[in-house]
Design a protein around this ligand. Structure first.
Ligand code: ADP
Ligand code: MG
Length: 271
């Protein structure tokens, strides 16, 4: 009873109101062959906030976010049950248009994945597959999205250079600009700064705190300090189960679960 009350209060604080949520996951399970990788996941993703998913390596963080835009569909012997509701539909519904889904739910990976094309063509890559764009619109899209990721000043004089000539940190920001160009409702990021130096990492973090005014973001990290800097909502996952979720403030300062307390204090956690 007391536990239920606590859960209800957390839900209220973190936005159980469906209008404030961009995504709702309920009773979600993933198996790969006989391995139960995600166990009964229940989670709402609030709008215009950064939701950080934290947990040890192999705990199912990537599997969870890769399920949200159905990139996991290609995994062999995958079984999925439960619901992920987005735009009022279960994304696992047969009627789901996967290309449309992936334009509305963008993804940024651990390592920047630029195409062997110019900087400007990289920004336009996704959107040009969706619609015809005239030259003026194309230029504006390139400028606006490179500005949004604070790359414009650095590259405006060399938009036709190959994207691979950029530093790794710049390439990752370019990948984020390419995702933004599609105007997604939700952006999924799987440890996007893990291959970057501390300066590039901080510049991406600063940019994300700006971007959340216009976008909803799910950010996977195993870096506790980074979660502290970024998270509005925090989810601690272990061995495919959500151990605890709630506002970052609550989990860092007054978690309900001892495993959460140990993990977030960088202590040994036998989860
Ligand atoms: N394609 C796959 N085939 C088989 N097992 C997988 C596959 N992808 C992930 N797994 C397993 O699922 C579990 C969770 O992995 P993952 O989601 O990558 O964890 P994390 O991102 O937290 O490190 C691990 O045990 C991993 O070995
Ligand atoms: Mg991972």
């Amino acid at each position: 009873m007391k536990e239920q009350l606590k859960t209800d209060i957390i839900k209220l604080k973190v936005g159980s109101n469906p209008v404030n949520n961009v995504l709702n996951i309920s009773d979600f399970n993933v198996w790969i062959s006989d391995n139960h990788i995600l166990n009964n996941i229940r989670l709402t993703i609030p709008k215009n906030k950064i939701t950080c998913i934290i947990g040890p390596s192999g705990s199912g963080k990537s599997t969870l976010i890769r399920s949200i835009n159905r990139i996991n569909d290609d995994v062999e012997k995958l079984t999925v049950t439960g619901k992920i509701e987005f735009n009022g539909l279960n994304i696992y519904d047969k009627k789901t248009d996967i290309a449309q889904l992936r334009s509305e739910i963008g993804m940024v990976f651990q390592k920047p994945c630029v195409f062997p094309k110019s900087i400007s063509k990289n920004v336009l890559f996704g959107i040009q597959h969706q619609q015809k764009i005239n030259k003026i619109d194309a230029f504006n899209i390139v400028e606006n999205n490179l500005r949004a990721v604070s790359l414009w000043k650095e590259v405006s004089h060399r938009l036709n250079d190959k994207a691979v000539s950029l530093s790794v940190g710049q390439q990752q920001r370019l990948c984020i600009a390419r995702t933004l160009a599609l105007k997604p409702k939700l952006i999924l990021m799987d440890e996007p700064t893990s291959s970057l130096d501390p300066v590039s990492t901080r510049s991406i973090e600063k940019m994300l705190l700006e971007l959340k005014k216009s976008y909803s973001i799910v950010f996977v990290t195993h870096n506790i300090q980074q979660a502290k800097r970024l998270a509005d909502k925090l989810l601690f996952i272990c061995d495919g189960e959500i151990i605890e979720q709630g506002s970052a403030e609550k989990l860092f300062n007054n978690p309900d679960n001892n495993k959460t307390r140990a993990y977030l204090n960088d202590e040994y956690c036998d989860c």
